[in-house]
Write a protein of this length. Structure first.
Length: 161
């Protein structure tokens, strides 16, 4: 057990040594990296399914286009969303500003090949949502895959900086 006195006497600066090297990055370099990082592609299907992967990565929706996005879209098939990338932040002075996004691009990431996107999520795209175990699992798996994709992108940013 650690005593309160030991914690009070701990000097965090001495306990953790983090070496930082600050090298300025040009605006052009940052934009180039941001673009390539946002265009990363991969198939997040379970490893046991990879033998069937067709390598043609698609824009996978995290929200079902057929049941969710169409329901909240305006007559021109656009929804409001926040684009989280460097060009958008630069355009909006570092602020996250909602903007119109077409439902084909809204809530998407390049995280599944066409075959696995169809196999894994057809229960969401082609069936009425009734909350079956299969549908709930598919929602959870798609959300988890998107989060892993996003975290990998953030890790790439830290390596870049």
């Amino acid at each position: 057990m650690i005593s309160a006195g030991a914690i009070q006497g701990l000097n965090i600066k001495n306990a953790i040594s983090i070496e930082t090297v600050e090298t300025p990055v040009s605006k052009a370099e940052a934009l180039k990296f941001s673009k390539s990082n946002s265009q990363r592609k991969g198939c997040y299907a379970p490893a046991s399914m990879h033998k069937d992967c067709d390598k043609r990565i698609v824009q996978a929706h995290t929200l079902s286009k057929s049941s969710s996005l169409k329901a909240i879209a305006d007559p021109s098939n656009h929804v409001m969303g926040v684009v989280m990338n460097l060009p958008s932040l630069m355009r909006n002075n570092g602020r996250c500003v909602p903007e119109k996004i077409g439902i084909n691009q809204a809530s998407t990431f390049t995280g599944f090949c066409a075959v696995h996107d169809r196999i894994l999520f057809s229960c969401l795209e082609n069936e009425k949502f009734t909350g079956t175990d299969e549908q709930c699992f598919a929602l959870m798996f798609r959300s988890l895959s998107k989060e892993i994709y996003a975290k990998e992108g953030r890790c790439a940013v830290f390596r870049f900086c």
